[in-house]
Write a protein that binds this ligand. Structure first.
Ligand code: PLP
Length: 287
């Protein structure tokens, strides 16, 4: 079935969707993006993603292209036109089209907006989650503003490719202190050898994951022991369990790090349960 993309005010066939060559997103990675999981045709963790989008734009002084309400209409329309029940909707906003120059273009240059939606085979994703995935590690080499969800993703691209080549699902960045920061497209979690759930605090140079935030609320409700505190690669290797969170994978158990099995080398009971709890909550609150 033919896919449809929203580009700067129009819905166009996927094969014909294009931005100008002098779009600053294309030329300079001068733009931000957001990704919502689509569950049952609805937006998961909707507000969290809209709030982060507003923050990313504000941190880069990019003019918001429109209010949340019309943007939400466009996201839903893209989902509808692509017949997505289970999948992802992707939004990109750049500083617009202007003659290439590092400094900002003239004020009132309209931001560019692109929205795409795609289906995810949820049964296949569930099956993969049942098996768990491998993670590799790479040195942290990103800029100091990973809290902004920019389209400048080259270190993440290279890290993910290295993971893919190694048959792994994700690459974890490890900083110069030996601390895990986050994944190339997910947040990193462990259940340490004392049974405490650990994930890096958001004062660190990481993306403030929306899935992470919802999961923290679930963990608080469940009365689980949780510490937003960095963990070393060493601690991760000795962990009882590990997993990643993000709009793409939702919650995916990790069964090995750099080829060494975590826990028993199979999906642990806590990660399995938390995946179920997160998905139930995300479906219940999707709008
Ligand atoms: N960290 C990075 C670098 C990401 O790219 C992502 C998602 O794409 C995440 C974390 C998880 O964020 P969220 O849960 O909001 O999808």
């Amino acid at each position: 079935m033919s896919r449809v993309v929203y580009v700067n005010g129009r819905f166009v066939p996927h094969g014909q969707a294009a931005v100008h060559v002098e779009d600053r997103g294309y030329q300079l990675a001068d733009g931000v993006y957001e990704v919502w999981a689509v569950l049952g045709g609805k937006l998961a963790d909707a507000s969290g993603h809209f709030e982060r989008l507003a923050r990313s734009l504000s941190e880069l002084s990019i003019t918001p292209p429109m209010e949340r309400a019309p943007l939400e209409v466009l996201l839903r329309e893209t989902i509808r036109r692509n017949h997505v029940r289970e999948g992802l909707v992707y939004l990109q906003v750049t500083r617009g089209v202007a003659p290439r120059d590092h400094a900002f273009p003239a004020p009132h240059t309209p931001p560019s907006v692109v929205i795409t939606a795609k289906r995810v085979d949820r049964a296949a994703a569930d099956a993969r989650a049942e098996r768990g995935g491998a993670v590799i590690t790479v040195p942290e080499n990103r800029w100091g503003r990973c809290d902004i969800k920019t389209v400048g993703l080259l270190p993440n691209v290279l890290a993910k490719q290295k993971a893919r080549a190694a048959g792994a699902v994700e690459a974890w960045f490890v900083d110069e202190l030996g601390l895990v920061t986050e994944g190339a497209s997910s947040n990193a979690w462990i259940i340490d050898k004392t049974g405490v759930l650990r994930t890096r605090d958001t004062q660190a140079n990481i993306l403030r994951g929306v899935t992470r935030k919802t999961l923290l609320q679930i963990l608080a409700r469940e009365g689980m022991r949780i510490e937003e505190r960095p963990f070393t690669l060493e601690e991760a290797r000795e962990a009882k369990e590990a997993f990643i969170t993000g709009a793409g994978t939702l919650l995916l158990p990790v069964v090995s790090i750099d080829g060494k099995p975590i826990g028993g080398g199979t999906v642990g009971p806590v990660a399995k349960r938390l995946r179920r709890l997160y998905i139930e909550e995300a479906r219940r609150t999707a709008v």
